[in-house]
Design a protein around this ligand. Sequence first.
Ligand SMILES: Nc1ncnc2c1ncn2[C@@H]1O[C@H](COP(=O)(O)OP(=O)(O)OP(=O)(O)O)[C@@H](O)[C@H]1O
Ligand SMILES: [Mg+2]
Length: 278
Amino acid sequence: MSGDPERVGHREAPILVFEDVVKRYGSILALDGVRFHVNRGEVVCLIGPSGSGKSTLLRCANALEAVDGGRVVFEGIDLADRRTNLVQVRQRIGMVFQHFELFPHMTALHNVTAGLTTVRKVPRPEAEERGLALLRKVGLADKARKHPAELSGGQQQRVAIARALAMEPDVMLFDEPTSALDPETIGEVLTVMKRLADEGMTMVVVTHEMDFARRVADWVVVFDRARVLEQGPPAQIFDQPRVARTREFLSHLGWHADADEPGNGRAGRLGVREREIP
Ligand SMILES: Nc1ncnc2c1ncn2[C@@H]1O[C@H](COP(=O)(O)OP(=O)(O)OP(=O)(O)O)[C@@H](O)[C@H]1O
Ligand SMILES: [Mg+2]
């Protein structure tokens, strides 16, 4: 149990638990005793400077990397246990990357349905029906037959989100999903993510979009030099950080804890673009 009655989903066992996780790359300590958990239905944002271990943490969360110490427990299953079927575990964890990683030779629809037809053996007509519904959900019903090269970065990222959702994951991991996008398409991706959050999807989001984190996260974990610097609800992290380095990091990004408006450092992209998606 999370033991924290303020948190979403605290009555159930957490979906993901990081217990003193250590990860090394040769002599580099990428994660040094990282400890936090994610409850069902929560949006947890990971923030922190470059090289602090955020992407490494996500890779440990879906067992793309094995940990060198501590444990990662997903739905009660220790990922390091030899009996754990990692292929099955990964199918329950959706992943969205900075650079979309769509198949360039496949249409948007085919990108979304490929996992369903090949891994899940869903018959093609049914897979296409589900794929179209997911493309509709991310506002791309009219782009189903387009190839990635014919789509904007924001549209490609929305296809990537639909593709991850097709496998009906229990949790979605996002690694800087908007960092490679033109500013004008960032809002449409954040809007789709906000909708997912509102529907109750459990999400772990590495982001530099502080306005998004402030408004959408239930819990924020601040990374610094392979460790968790502090964690808490967004109101604490953004408005009253307990650690001076958190304040320093946020002010580098143009966020000032003392200003009166949420989203003071950024252009409030989420609100502005919300109406663009049908
Ligand atoms: N495959 C790897 N081999 C060697 N070192 C690595 C590898 N992946 C990450 N590292 C190192 O581990 C540390 C943490 O890297 P990580 O990519 O997790 O940081 P990050 O917080 O995601 O940074 P950024 O904000 O730039 O994406 C860094 O020192 C990085 O150089
Ligand atoms: Mg990273």
